[in-house]
Every structure is written in structure tokens, then in C-alpha cells.
Design a binder for this molecule. Structure first.
Ligand SMILES: [Zn+2]
Length: 162
């Protein structure tokens, strides 16, 4: 909050100042309250309920593919990557807003913390999914191989050469 000008004294002889809230509203407040940080916002901003941090979606995406299949994992990775990009943009925007404001805005800081956590969680989930996908791909190859081997064994058994 910015002090714009002095605004005389109240009836108790306390100094008053005209200040500008982060939202752009200007109002008169006691100078000591402004300087001590007791008055931080205009009445409008004080009345607003604290905004809940907006979290990037981390829930599982509904899918047409079988859970755990390579295609399913691929789809999950793509949707989480998209969410991670969104979260990263939020984080950067909040950082820019925090850098631009003169004093620490606790609401911004809370949202930044939540978004950063969401971003990290998504990245963690993505790397886990990628490992799962690599495993699923290897397993698919193995399955084909073993099926082929089984067939070979069956043929060998039928021929009685085993
Ligand atoms: Zn305000």
C-alpha cells in the first residue's frame, strides 16, 4: 500500500494519510496503522473472503484405454504435461506479480506456494508415468516374445522332438 499524501488529523490528534490500496482504491487511514502494517487494504479488499488457491488439476483423466496400458499411460502423460504447462504459467505470472508489488502480498504468496506445489507434483507424476510406460512397453515386447516361444514349444511338442 502506498501513502499518497498527508490528510490532516482525526479528532484524537492522530495523523491521517491518504493511501492507495493494491486494488487502486484510495482512502484515508491513520498513519501509524499504515506504517505498522495494521491497515493493509481498503475496506473493499478487507471484506473479500480470502481467495482459495487455484490448484492445477491433478486428478486422473477419464480414458477410453485400459488403465495401465501403454496408450493409457501415454494419454495420462500428455494430459499431465498440459496441466504442468498451465501450472508453470500460473507460477510465473504470480512471481511477476509478486516482483511488481512493493510489499509482500500474502494472498499471492499463498497462491504461488500452492501452484508451485501443484507444478512439482505434476512433474513427479509425469516422471512416474514415464517409468511405468517404459515398463509397460518392455512387458508388451516380452509378452509377444513369450507367446512366440510358447508356440514354438507347442510345435516342438507336437512333433515330439522336445
Ligand atoms: Zn482495495
Amino acid at each position: 500500500m502506498k501513502i499518497l499524501s498527508e490528510a490532516g488529523k482525526n479528532k484524537h490528534g492522530q495523523k491521517l494519510v491518504r493511501v492507495e490500496c493494491a486494488c487502486g482504491n484510495t482512502f484515508i487511514a491513520r498513519e501509524d496503522n499504515v506504517k505498522s502494517g495494521r491497515t493493509k487494504h481498503c475496506e473493499n479488499c478487507r471484506k473479500k473472503p480470502a481467495k482459495k488457491p487455484v490448484l492445477a488439476p491433478v486428478a486422473e483423466t477419464p480414458s477410453q484405454y485400459a488403465r495401465g496400458s501403454v496408450a493409457w499411460l501415454d494419454e495420462q502423460i500428455k494430459s499431465k504435461e498440459a496441466a504442468a504447462i498451465t501450472a508453470e504459467i500460473h507460477v510465473k505470472n504470480l512471481q511477476a506479480r509478486m516482483a511488481a508489488s512493493e510489499e509482500t502480498d500474502l494472498d499471492l504468496l499463498k497462491r504461488w506456494t500452492a501452484e508451485s506445489a501443484a507444478f512439482e507434483k505434476l512433474n513427479h507424476q509425469i516422471s512416474r508415468l514415464q517409468i511405468q510406460k517404459a515398463k509397460a512397453e518392455t512387458a508388451t515386447v516380452k509378452e509377444h516374445k513369450s507367446a512366440a516361444e510358447l508356440t514354438k514349444e507347442k510345435i516342438a511338442a507336437l512333433r515330439g522332438t522336445k
